[in-house]
Design a protein around this ligand. Sequence first.
Ligand code: GLA
Length: 385
Amino acid sequence: MELLECFKEKFGAEAEEIYSAAGRVNLIGEHVDYCGGKVLPAALSLKCRVAVRKNGTNFLRVAATDIPARADIDLNATENYKSLKWGNYQAGVADEMKKAGYNLVGCDILYDCTVPFGSGLSSSAAIEVATAYALAKLGGNKIDKSELAVLSKQAENNYCGVNCGIMDQFVSANGKKGHAILLDCVSLEFKCIPLDLDDCVLVLSNCNKPHNLVESKYNERREEVDTALKLLRKSLPELSCLADVQPYQLEERKALLTPLLYRRARHVVSECDRVLKSVEALNAGDLELFGRLLNESHKSLKEDYEVTGRELDALADAAQAFPACLGSRMTGAGFGGCTVSVVKKKCVDDFIGTVGKTYREKIGYDASFYVAETADGIIDEGKAE
Ligand code: GLA
C-alpha cells in the first residue's frame, strides 16, 4: 500500500510531511570509527522514509508499513521503553534528544524502510536518523544534521546496548549523492569525495545470514582494542587513539601486546592506512589500486580482526576470483550482512550469476544482490500530498 494511504489507515488521519534518511555502504575503513580513524562510507538510495504528523498528545506513536508492530511512547517517560522489540530505537532517540534539551511534541510516524533488515547496510541508523530529523523538525528545533547523527548514535549506545561508532548515523544524515564521505571520526569533519567509477559499479551482495550486533562479538572487539590502546600507552603515553599509531610504532611495541591483541591492533593500523590510499586512488581514477585495497581490507578483517565468517568469506572469495571484479570486501560490522564489490558494468549479470551459484553450492542457500546507487542522506520531501 502507498505510504500516505497506509498512514491514514494506521493513524486515522492524514500525514503532514515526508522525510527520509539513508542506508549506507562503507567502502573502506572498517572497525576503525570507534578507534578514532577515518572512514569512507556512502549513503544509499535504500532508505528509511517516514510520513509524519503532529498528534496533539504527549505520545510519540510509531508504526511500520511492512509489519503490524506499533508502539506508543510517552514523551514524559521515554526511559521506560528499552525492552520494546520494535520501537526501542525510536524511544532511544527521543530519550537522547530530550536529555539534550530538544523540544519534543507528540506525533505519529509511519516507517517505510527499504534497507533490508540485518543486511549490514544500516537499517537501524536510517530509522534512528529519520526519527531524529522528524522529532527535531516537528518540535520546531534548529536542525544540525551532524548533531542529530551524534544523538542517534548515543541512542544506540545507551538505549539499545550496541557500542557502535559514529559512521553509520553520520553518513545516513550527511551523505551526498554521487559521493563517498571521508569522515574524521574524532573531529567529525568530513569531505565529499566524488565517486567516479568509470565503467564500473558497486555491487552489494547480501549473504542472507541473519545477524544482530547486540548478540554478535561487536562489543567484544571494542573491548579488545580498548585494552590494546591501554597497553600501548605504557610506552606511548600521549597516544589518544589507536588510529594514531603508525605501523612501525606498532611493530616496535609488539611485545607489549598478546598475539591476539596485536592482530586486532594491526588490523586497525593497516586499515587506516588503506583508507588514505583509497582516497588517493579514487582521486587519481586508479580503480585497480582501489580494488586491491578492498581485497587487502577483507583479508585483514578475516585474519586479524576475525569478523567475517564463512558466508562473507565465500562471497568475497567468489567475487575476487571473478575476472571483471576489481576488488571485494565485507562491509559494515561483519558476522553477516553484505560484501561490496567493484565490478565492470557490462559484466554485472554474469557476476551475479557466477558468484550466486558458487555461494549456493558452498553455503546451501541463496545470496541476494543489489547494484548500489548513492543518494543524499537526509531528504526533506516536505508537505505530504
Ligand atoms: C557497525 C557500526 C559502525 C562501525 C561498523 C564497522 O556498522 O555501527 O559504527 O563500527 O560496524 O566499521
